[in-house]
Design a protein around this ligand. Structure first.
Ligand code: IPM
Ligand code: MN
Length: 346
């Protein structure tokens, strides 16, 4: 029989509450299958940092590497200085495990209210590069704290790194109905990186002639995400542009309470990591108010990545049905989780 050996990093704030529901739905989805589930909790986040000063040790990473996948709740706490957990834990996980595809669907489900007056059909996916760009920490500050301070964050863009994420985006586009790929960058200003991205898309397109492509500068992309989001099918972009665009994508499709993501290593040399796009929301943590739907949709992505297509579909369909009937009812984190789990069980 098959088994999923899952690492669970609930993390901070509402991460703990939403992961509990994500796991309950995952168990429901596997209940009637021949797939068993083993979970290992990893104590990572603010609590661990306060206890030991560690964010993510070599031992933690070695243990995580042995797992099939990782489910992560949220990282970040106001008691920890900004950047410590973000860089030392979340980004360190993405970089160390070579999660070069940060996959973030932008889908408006039936029954969900978009802030756009006429949203139309929204169903695209952002392939955000996950290991390069301005995120890598290639920079520094001199004359720090003086009026002559110079602070640099240098965006790193390698031909290797761009090509592999672009190829993945093309493959995803080729597997979709519309087979369309939009490159988002800013090559009128960021000429070095921008043209390397553009040339790479043109070259890899030869391997996927069935995929049509276009290009948008990132500022124009934000306009179209508001005025005509239906035009998007697959978007490929760098780490920082992808970070910003996927918050906008979440906003137009019902908010970050619904936005799922996967930090994926398509080569499967390391476990991929699935997490809601939202953060730890310390203002509502512990109150049972957080919407676990984003985590549950991330669980659907996890199942899909591991090849359990049918179980993945059952989770996504349960979420879609729940959203379609959600109406104005105010439900707790546990109630939403239980409602979706019940639909998964059928
Ligand atoms: C996200 C978050 C992270 C990012 C932060 C917390 C480092 O905003 O997952 O989108 O910028 O990638
Ligand atoms: Mn973000």
């Amino acid at each position: 029989t098959k088994n999923i050996d899952l690492a669970v990093i609930a993390g901070d704030g509402i991460g703990i509450e939403v992961v509990e529901q994500g796991l309950a739905v995952l168990e429901s989805a596997l209940a009637t299958s021949d797939v068993s589930l083993a979970t290992t909790d990893f104590n990572l986040g603010a609590k661990r940092w306060h206890e030991t000063g560690d964010t993510l040790t070599d031992e933690d990473l070695a243990a995580l590497r042995t797992k099939d996948a990782i489910l992560l709740g949220a990282i970040g706490d106001p008691t920890v200085p900004s950047g410590v957990l973000e860089r030392g834990l979340l980004l360190k996980l993405r970089f160390s495990l070579d999660h070069y595809v940060n996959l973030r669907p932008g889908k408006l489900y039936q029954g969900v209210k978009s802030p756009l007056a006429e949203p139309g059909e929204i169903d695209f996916v952002v392939v955000r590069e996950g290991t390069e760009g301005p995120y890598v920490g290639n920079g520094g500050s001199i004359r720090t704290g003086t009026p002559h301070e110079v602070a640099n964050e240098v965006s790193v863009n390698t031909a290797f790194g761009i090509e592999r994420v672009v190829r993945d985006a093309f493959a995803r586009a080729a597997a979709r109905e519309r087979k369309h790929l939009t490159l988002v960058h800013k090559h009128n200003v960021l000429v070095h990186a921008g043209h390397l991205w553009r040339r790479t898309v043109e070259r890899v397109n030869e391997e996927f002639p069935e995929v049509t492509t276009d290009y948008l500068h990132v500022d124009a992309a934000t306009i179209f995400l508001t005025t005509n989001p239906s035009r998007f099918d697959v978007i490929v972009t760098d780490n920082l542009f992808g970070d910003i665009l996927t918050d906008q994508a979440a906003a137009i499709t019902g908010g970050i309470g619904l936005a799922a993501s996967g930090n994926i290593n398509p080569d499967r040399t390391t476990p991929s990591m699935f997490e809601p796009v939202h953060g730890s929301a310390p203002d509502i943590a512990g109150q049972g108010k957080a919407d676990p739907t984003a985590t549950i949709l991330s669980v659907a992505m996890l199942l899909d990545h591991l090849g359990y297509t049918e179980q993945s579909k059952s989770v996504e369909n349960a979420v879609a049905a729940d959203l379609a009937e959600r109406g104005t009812a105010v439900r707790s984190t546990a109630e939403v989780g239980a409602d979706i789990a019940a639909r998964v069980r059928g």
